[in-house]
Design a protein around this ligand. Sequence first.
Ligand code: 0RQ
Length: 496
Amino acid sequence: ILDRVRNKALHAKIVSAQEAAELIKPGMNVGTSGFTPSGYPKAVPLALAERMKEHPFKINLYTGASVGPELDGALCEVNGIDKRMPYQTNKLLRTLINSGEISYSDLHLSESAQLLRYGFYGKLDVAIVEACAITEEGNIIPTTSMGNTASFVQQADMVIVEVNTSQPLELEGMHDVYVPLDPPHRLPIPIVKANDRIGTPYIPCTPDKIKCIVPCDITDKTRPFGEISEADHKMSEYIIELLQDEVKKGHMPKNLLPLQSGVGNVANAVISGFVDSDLKDLSVYTEVIQDGMFDLIDAGKLNFASGTALSPSPDGLKRFYENIKEYRKHLLLRPQEISNSPEVVRRIGVIAMNTAIECDIYGNVNSTHIMGTKMMNGIGGSGDFARNAYLTCFFTASTAKNGLISSIVPMCSHVDHTEHDVDIIVTEQGLADLRGLAPRERAREVINKCAHPDYKPMLMDYLERAEAATKHAQTPHIIKEALSWHEKFMETGSMK
Ligand code: 0RQ
């Protein structure tokens, strides 16, 4: 790694992962790089987990978002996490959150760095950062994600850098690092289009702040996508049809507005769906850059994608590395505070497309909690985009668990995105356009367009009885019955 550590004096700080892990003490607040299984540190967390196995202790772990198995997975296996923020997707971590072992702060991803800077998560003791290289000045060149790393480096008492030689040096120049000042000194974020550069291509740091440097060659453990299902295809078709119609009506320019799409199969199916459409000159202002976006670049339809992380499948990552010289002309990674900035999202008029666990008839959306109590993943960036986008869309299959659960319910068992934020709901049954509608009109649109035929009559019956019971109140509900569908599922295993 000597050629990647360009400040020769820093060569003296190169140590083993075990030596670096010794610096981390019980109860410390540790901030790491990483966003989705991309660009997270690997060697030091594995060594830390080994230490915890022999002498059990816990740390508080703050990241950009979810991270790979060498970090969340390894630390959970030794029960080494006390507090965790701001997002996760790890199975064991989820179990520990839902059994009360881990205190989990589920945060809007754009807000997590500033909440730390404001002091609500204590003083950051250590930042552990995966880097492609360190410059002569001590600045850090990140790898496949930006996340919260720049703020962690700024705030931490000491910085441990993992220089990962599996990450290509061509990543240098693909980042745009800008950390806003905090109120009352904050200035407008000067982004007016996806490809605007406003910061530095490195994370500002100094040689003395770098406590030690650890060589690592463990690769990002990105995850494969599932097969694109018939339902995913249908949802993709409905949304593309809507967008084409928006262009015809003059609501959007021919090349649309900047696209944002969440993680997972539906999101990837939707983006891939654009490849076969006649839409072109597209731009993306999003959080995660997935395989579908490489397809769009290859098809010559995507001019530019701004995000905070690459989150491709293993095949997608290989494809990115092999064609990095071409792809890097079209891609930029920013801190999540900027990629998800409400200010920028509102200004440039993003089309936000995220996935729901359940939606209610009035348009409220639950993205995080199963049956209102158990954490699935977290709100992630969905709220940053949903509240502020030009057009806010949510996708969900109309049923879950082989039809035993209706994803369209009288009342959401937990609300992440309110009726005031949601414009469009899409299931494989159809697309409900809630713009301009009042609650009782929205309910009919959602039931008629999105509910599964098995549940449609039950939902309509509920709505009509709720209207009668409340004498047509603004948002009719029979309070005693509103969550009875969930109660019934928990008691009988079916909402039917
Ligand atoms: O459970 O895994 O036990 O089978 O929920 O559901 O249908 O596989 O959908 O993987 O796309 O995840 C909202 C969780 C959807 C995700 C959510 C059960 C279902 C299954 C997963 P099993 P699917 P997906 C940018 C934006 C929030 C963060 C976000 C998410 C499991 O998209 O975390 O949007 N979003 N970030 O069986 C009970 C229901 C259910 C249900 C599904 N109605 N009731 N269980 N399930 N519907 C990304 C970032 O921020 C990084």
